[in-house]
Every structure is written in C-alpha cells, then in structure tokens.
Design a protein around this ligand. Structure first.
Ligand SMILES: *Cc1c(COP(=O)(O)O)cnc(C)c1O
Length: 433
C-alpha cells in the first residue's frame, strides 16, 4: 500500500516512510492511495483480533512480515472491549480498559509495536515527539516505555491536564521524558509541527510523531469501529457511530472503516464548546480559533489536526461530508446535566467526554425527530474511564468516583517533568540534549 499527502496526491510513500515521518514533507497528512474492501474478506462473526489482522494486512502488507504484524495486533488488543446496551437503540463501546483508561491506548500500542519493529537494527534511536491535551501522553508513555530503539518526548499544557493524566506521563522515566509547556494544547501542537519542519533538527535527530496525525495510530482505531459495526449489524437498522471528538482522528478512523465496507451508515461528531467542526458541518465555514477550556479537556482543540484528512476523504466536498456526518456541540452545562441524569437513572458514571456523546444523541433525536431516527441504532464511543476525570466529576455527582487499583498506585509515585516556554528553541534544546 502506498500513501499520499493530503497536499499532494501525486507523491507516494511506503507505510514505513509515512509512519516514520508522521507528517508529510509538505506539511500534509498521509492517507492510503486506495481503501481495500476488507469487510468482504471477513465473516460477520469475526473476532476483534481477526478484524485487526485483516485491516493491518490490507494497509501494512509485507512491510512488516505476517508473524510480526500479527504479534503487534495481538499486543495492541490485549485488553477487554465491552459493548454494552444503554437502551433499545443506544449501545456503548467501552474503549477505556487499556493501561491508561482511555481509547488512545489502541493507537499508542500499535504505533509503539510498529516503530519498535522499524527501529530494529538502527544505530540512532527513534525519538517520538508528542503534543498532548492529556490522554495521548499517558498512552504513548505506557505504549513506548521500555521499547528498544525508541525515545519519547511529551509536550503537554502546564496546569491544563488532570493530576492523574500528569502522573501517567511523568512517573515512568527511562526512555520517556515529559515537558510542561507554558501555553495551551494548540501551542504544544504548533511546536510539534514546527519541529517537523526544522531541517537542522531532522538532520540530527530521527524524529517521529505519535500524534493522531500518524497513520499508525489511525489504523488500529479502525479495528474497533469495524468490530462494533459487525456486532451491532441488523439489516433493518442504520448504525450511527457517535464519536466524542477533539482532533477528529477517531472520526477519521470510523470513516475509513466505512470505506472498507463495514456496515456503518453515518456519523455523529460530538464536540464540546470547541465547535469548529459542527460549525463547519452546519455552514461550510471552517474557522479554527483558540481553544476554550471545558470539562472534557481532551477535546479542547481549536484547530483540529485531522480535519485536513477528513476533508481529503470527502474530496474537499462540503456537501458530501455533511451528508454523512452530523455535528453537534454540547455545552458544559448540558454535559453536567447528562452526567447527573445518567447517574440518577442507571447509577452509571460517565466521564465528561462520553457524556458529550450521549448528550449529542439526545440532541439528534430531538432535532431529527424520533420518527426519522426510528430505524437508527446509535453506537456511542466511551472514550475514557470516569475515574480518569474524577476531579471534573466532583461536585457533579453525589459521591466520589472510585479509583481502580492501577490508578490508586499511581497517586503514590513521584512526578518528574521539565517546564518549557512555548518556543521552538526550548524544544529544540531538549531534543538535541
Ligand atoms: C483524545 C480524546 C478524545 C478526542 O479524540 P480525537 O480523535 O482527537 O477526536 C475524546 N475523548 C477522550 C477521552 C480523549 O482522550
């Protein structure tokens, strides 16, 4: 499989080149030249690992031999993935049972396996540079910790991640270093982009990116979209994937899974007050702006990096995109109300990101009319474990969110990080040190 840049469809890169570069040399994002019909190669009762192997085979091919590829898929998927029913027409896919309690474990583990494989026999270690609004950093730190031939440098906005998220990034040590940037997540993301365009840096350091712009993070996310669509398939229902979104990587993965032939009918992009994409879907006007802070901080993105990929998937055609994707923005007030209501009715505790998704379904049902949605089946992606956001949930719920043992153990550990200004010189110095 060859990959092109969203800014130049004529350039062709191998999977290895695309993964190692992260971002195309012209600043574009990588996409596969064609999207094979993977669904037809599988039986409807395929397991998650079988689906993962079929997708990996189609997009990685022999650049990683079958045995190693299947081992990477197996390791990526070595935790539970429950699909639970919330009501007659709403199911929830719990993506948060990995080591860092958020869906980003899928992408981080697959990428770590792939980069580990590509670094075998290399002299220089591969340095993975990551901007994180909270969850990516922990997942990447855990995924790469101890992987031979790799170094990790995390950039996160100082004071804007939850204490647990900070612990997950800053307590490992070893090949993982964390920097608290004096700025927003958008600053962190800009610094990563600048680093990747810096010729001097690229000559001296083998840089790679683990942000959701990396194609090797996107691919494993397709696994569970495909899996849920097969599990929930019913000939007289239309499956709508509900994706709580920030950088829109997860939504891109869902769109890719649909193009592979999996039975996904449409998408609901649920955002918090950072409504750049819902605004675009409603009006055709794409206006990135400074991000606002909300309860669902992992989605506080003012300039969604995967939008460029999404637009390319729809041939830059607003009409096509808005026909398949509905966008809904949910305020913190509505998120709070949704968390309270769900707890009062079912005792189930939702994390704020998942609550944004559930509230968006409520909007869709109201807006479209229950009649129009009568044959719709919603699959809500539960993107994080509520314990990960227990500070945000304090004051919303009548009781404390219980901490799983793994997270309790983290509280005891000492943090280690370096504070940096939001300036590329500072980041360069760290990378060249
Ligand atoms: C990263 C994240 C999101 C947003 O995912 P994107 O792929 O960036 O749209 C949503 N929820 C949680 C908990 C996250 O960590």
């Amino acid at each position: 499989m060859k990959y092109f840049s969203t800014r130049n469809t004529k350039l062709a890169f191998s999977f290895r080149e695309a993964v190692l570069a992260g971002l195309a040399p012209d600043g574009g994002l990588f996409l596969p030249q064609n999207i094979p019909q993977v669904a037809e190669r599988l039986s409807p009762s395929s397991s998650l690992v079988e689906i993962g192997n079929a997708i990996a085979q189609a997009f990685v091919e022999d650049e990683i031999p079958q045995h190693s590829r299947e081992e990477i898929v197996q390791k990526t998927l070595s935790f539970p993935l429950p699909l639970v029913s919330l009501s007659k027409n709403i199911s929830m896919l719990e993506l948060f049972h990995g080591p860092t309690f958020a869906f980003k474990d899928f992408g981080a583990r697959f990428l770590a396996g792939v980069l580990g494989y590509f670094s075998e026999g290399e002299q220089e270690p591969c340095t993975v540079l990551v901007a994180t609004s909270g969850d990516t950093g922990g997942a990447v730190a855990q995924g790469f910790f101890g992987v031979a031939g790799t170094q990790v440098l995390l950039l996160y906005p100082k004071g804007r991640v939850s204490p647990l998220q900070e612990k997950q990034m800053t307590t490992l040590g070893g090949n993982v270093r964390a920097c608290a940037i004096e700025g927003s997540f958008d600053d962190c993301q800009r610094l990563v982009k600048e680093a990747f365009l810096d010729k001097e840096l690229l000559q001296r350091v083998r840089l790679s990116s683990a942000n959701s712009i990396n194609i090797a993070r996107l691919l494993p996310q397709c696994f569970y979209h495909a899996f849920a669509s097969q599990k929930l398939f019913s000939p007289d229902k239309k499956l709508i994937m509900v994706v709580p979104s920030g950088n829109y990587g997860n939504l891109c993965a869902s769109v890719l899974a649909r193009r592979m032939g999996f039975p996904l009918h449409a998408f609901l992009a649920a955002s918090n007050a950072n409504d750049i994409v819902p605004h675009y879907l409603a009006t055709g006007d794409f206006s990135p702006r400074t991000s606002r802070r909300t309860l669902s901080n992992a989605m506080d993105v003012g300039h969604p990096s995967n939008f460029e990929r999404l637009a390319a998937l729809y041939d830059q055609d607003y009409t096509k995109m808005s026909a398949e994707i509905m966008g809904i923005s949910i305020s913190d007030e509505e998120t709070t109300r949704q968390i309270k209501e769900c707890f009062a009715e079912t005792k189930r505790i939702l994390d704020p990101h998942t609550a944004v998704g559930l509230a968006a379904i409520g909007h869709a049902l109201e807006h479209e009319g229950t009649q129009a949605c009568s044959d719709a089946l919603f699959c809500l992606l539960a993107t994080a474990h509520p314990a990960k956001f227990r500070e945000a949930l304090q004051g919303i719920l009548p009781e404390e969110v219980p901490l799983p043992a793994e997270l309790l153990a983290l509280e005891e550990k000492a943090t280690q990080y370096i504070s940096l200004r939001a300036k590329i010189e500072d980041v360069k110095e760290m990378l060249l040190a």
